[in-house]
Design a binder for this molecule. Sequence first.
Ligand code: SF4
Length: 145
Amino acid sequence: MDAINNIILGDNCFANTVVNRIIQESKNFFQNKTPWKLCSTSCSAQYGSYMFDPYGDIYPCLEIVGQKKHCIGIFSEGKIEWNSIKEYWHSYNVGKNLICKECKYALLCGGMCRAKEINNINEGDLTCTLYKSAFSRAINYSYSK
Ligand code: SF4
């Protein structure tokens, strides 16, 4: 469990979230006999989280606020007007990523962070590597408890 603990105690917030999710799901599975939740996305940016900037522009995720091409709508005079970019974010799922759709963990993981993928931030790859390496250790850990 040292490697998993190092990940959890490290300062990569997104990786911590991913690893904690595996541990929680596997504990629920082995200890409470709760079916593992399958997910086609890994983040609420793809199904309903909204960030409003001070000008009323709406974005799907904090990482992407200010990048106008990812503005999904506008809040003005008490009303929200969505645009077609919203559908681009909300129709994306693990089956639309060429790497993820071939992955055996696809519906357990839910895929990479869309914002990091778009911004070409390697943390997306890091999270993927972490998921794959932490998965079997987290399962073994939870099973042994
Ligand atoms: S482990 Fe990596 S390749 Fe597999 S679904 Fe998750 S992000 Fe995609």
